[in-house]
Design a binder for this molecule. Structure first.
Ligand code: F6R
Length: 248
């Protein structure tokens, strides 16, 4: 893991958005597609703001972009205020020229018996698209990446998982109470994430400092899934000063 510390999340997000935009433009010149792995939550929103800005002000086109989101709560209706479908539309997809058929977000409306096949297909679609070129990640206080909570294995693939209590507590205010936070989610696996050609994990603020320290400096172990990223040879942690404050 390569750790890059910025003065502010704004500056860091500008840097990340530029890396993504550069790859999109480079592939456009070659007549090729780009596959992005995307995250939701508070961390990547400024990156999406910048991408929208580049689209509006510099004509950056997303016609050659295919996206796969990491996760979705289960069950979840796409039009719910809590859904990651709605989040992505509001923060990014509604404001750019991406083709609807190129957007993939795990489906929170499936019947339970269809989940297994659906998850296999999600993996197949990523592979068929050529694999993920850049995977954007946040990190949870449990050390989760996507919704791969403690106990997730290095080889895990897209599947249904049970959310950790800490993760549900962190989501409780958004859901107006812990009891309203779904117990489960669909998520890409650690193995799915590790197969990405490039990984950019972002973290802002003091609240992330302790888990960033563990992820970067700690022993690699299932109880802190983000430590698996230490095995990846093209993974940057792009963080602000506050999130870096516990690093030695
Ligand atoms: C979201 C996701 C999660 C978040 C993490 C941090 O798609 O996969 O792993 O990245 O929970 O959330 P925030 O950014 O809200 O602190």
């Amino acid at each position: 893991i390569n750790t890059i510390i910025y003065e502010s999340s704004q500056e860091a997000s500008f840097f990340v958005a530029n890396e993504i935009a550069d790859l999109i433009r480079q592939r456009q010149k070659q007549g090729k597609q780009v596959v992005l792995g995307l995250a939701t939550g508070s961390t990547p929103t400024k990156v999406y703001d910048f991408l929208v800005k580049f689209h509006n002000e510099e004509g950056l086109s997303f016609k050659n972009v295919i996206t796969f989101n990491l996760d979705e709560y289960f069950p979840m209706e796409p039009d719910s205020i809590h859904s990651y479908v709605r989040f992505m539309n509001e923060h990014l997809f509604d404001h750019i020229d991406i083709k609807k058929e190129n957007v993939h977000i795990p489906d929170g409306t499936l019947d339970k018996e269809d989940v297994r096949d659906y998850c296999h297909e999600y993996e197949d679609k990523i592979r068929t698209a050529g694999g993920i070129d850049i995977q954007v990640l946040g990190i949870g206080r449990t050390g989760h990446i996507g919704f791969n909570e403690p106990g997730s294995s290095l080889k895990s693939k897209t599947r249904m998982v049970r959310l950790d209590r800490v993760t549900r507590l962190d989501a409780a205010s958004d859901f107006f109470g812990l009891e309203n936070v779904p117990a489960k989610a669909l998520t890409m696996g650690v193995g799915t994430i590790m197969a990405a050609k490039r990984i950019i994990l972002m973290a802002w603020g003091e609240g992330k400092a302790e888990i960033i320290k563990q992820a970067v400096e700690g022993k690699i172990k299932e109880s802190v899934p983000a430590t698996f990223l230490q095995h990846h040879d093209n993974c940057d942690f792009i963080i602000d000063h506050a999130a870096a404050s516990s690093l030695t």
